[in-house]
Design a protein around this ligand. Structure first.
Ligand SMILES: C[S@@+](CC[C@H](N)C(=O)[O-])C[C@H]1O[C@@H](n2cnc3c(N)ncnc32)[C@H](O)[C@@H]1O
Length: 339
């Protein structure tokens, strides 16, 4: 079924009475995986974009990272949501529309959904994600939560929220969890939140999870778990290139490197070539040369201070209403409102 608010190249599929999926296929203006890989691997300082971590295998590996002893991020944010979701819902008592950017497995979202449902029997949840993991998690949610309506959007954040602003007009709470905001540096985080704010109506709220600057040993351990799951997640990017772009990366010839860059307040993830080598990627018609110890930069995960959060709020013209944190102040969940 085609919705008239959608552009012709997009489509809506009704999975069942309670769950529909919108596919936004914006290939005309968005670069493809092949184009981005070519650009990143032929650059002087090689890089790959972190949004490409999340194929099926990558999404499953991310879920496993969340369960590792060292990755405090998910556990801490979940503990704040468990404790304060009722309070968060009080600030959003008039909202029947919950939109989530980068929803993934939606596990932590359950706390917010349950709390909002206390005020609203007909809650409408709109998860936006580039990964199909959103479809399986949404199917589970609708089967478990009576009266929940889900309209999932397979798209990048910006296109997804733009689509929401066309399709749904009721007051909304937008959530952006997991400190995914940390994938942007401060300048781009400000630009991103400002863009999101342009898609908000007066009274709409935005709840963002920020991972805070903390003890460097805690940070380094979180991205270098003993079981090597983060390493496998990072290396899976090369696997994805092999599978989707007919590449011949030998994963044994690369290693995971992750460390906290104190000056830039960010965890950096890289893949390091263990040897001089050439890799062919037929799908982009390139042979990529690597020198021994040469790096591919795969992700930044910026950590925040209260001053940085206040700066983001000021730039976006949103009112910084309230924040919730844990005992160690490892993580802040901040609520911004359009006024
Ligand atoms: C770090 S995970 C966080 C998942 C979940 N929100 C959580 O807190 O556990 C990031 C999620 O955002 C999605 N994602 C990454 N980049 C994206 C983008 N540019 N647009 C939409 N989704 C994106 C990924 O597929 C993944 O599910």
């Amino acid at each position: 079924m085609i919705n008239t608010a959608l552009k012709p190249y997009n489509k809506k599929v009704d999975v069942n009475n309670s769950f529909s999926v919108y596919y936004l296929d914006n290939k005309e203006v968005k670069s493809t995986f092949a184009e981005d890989v070519k650009k990143g691997l032929t650059a002087e300082n090689k890089y790959l974009l972190p949004k490409y971590f999340y194929d099926n295998e990558g999404s499953l590996l991310f879920e496993k990272i969340c369960e590792t002893e060292e990755y405090y991020v998910t556990r801490t944010e979940a503990s704040i949501l468990k404790k304060y979701s009722i309070d968060i819902a009080k600030y959003n008592h008039n909202k029947h529309l919950l939109v989530e950017l980068g929803s993934g497995s939606s596990v932590k979202t359950r706390y917010i959904i349950d709390a909002l449902k206390e005020n609203s029997r007909n809650l409408h949840y709109v998860p936006i994600d580039v990964s199909d993991i959103m479809i399986s998690s949404s199917k589970q949610l609708v089967s478990k939560i009576k009266g929940l309506q889900i309209s999932g959007i397979i798209a990048e954040y910006e296109e997804g929220i733009e689509c929401v602003s066309h399709l749904f007009n009721e007051p909304k709470l937008i959530i952006f969890l997991g400190s995914s905001i940390g994938n942007f540096d401060l300048f781009h985080a400000e630009q991103f939140i400002r863009y999101i704010s342009t898609k908000m109506n007066y009274g709409d709220s935005l709840l963002v999870g920020f991972d805070m600057v903390k003890d460097i040993n805690v940070l380094n351990a979180a991205y270098n778990d003993k079981e090597g799951i983060t390493a496998a997640f990072n290396l899976n990017l090369l696997n994805r290139i092999n599978k989707e772009l007919d590449g011949n990366f030998n994963l044994d010839n690369f290693e995971h490197l992750s460390f906290f860059n104190t000056e830039k307040k960010r965890i950096e993830m890289h893949l390091v070539s263990k040897t001089d080598q050439c890799v062919s990627i037929n799908g982009i018609r390139e042979v990529i040369k690597f020198k021994k110890r040469e790096k591919i930069h795969t992700e930044n995960s910026h950590k925040f201070t209260p001053e940085m959060i206040a700066e983001i709020a000021a730039y976006s013209n949103l009112h910084y209403s309230k924040y919730w944190t844990d005992e160690k102040n490892y993580f802040n969940l901040c609520l911004f409102t359009k006024m």
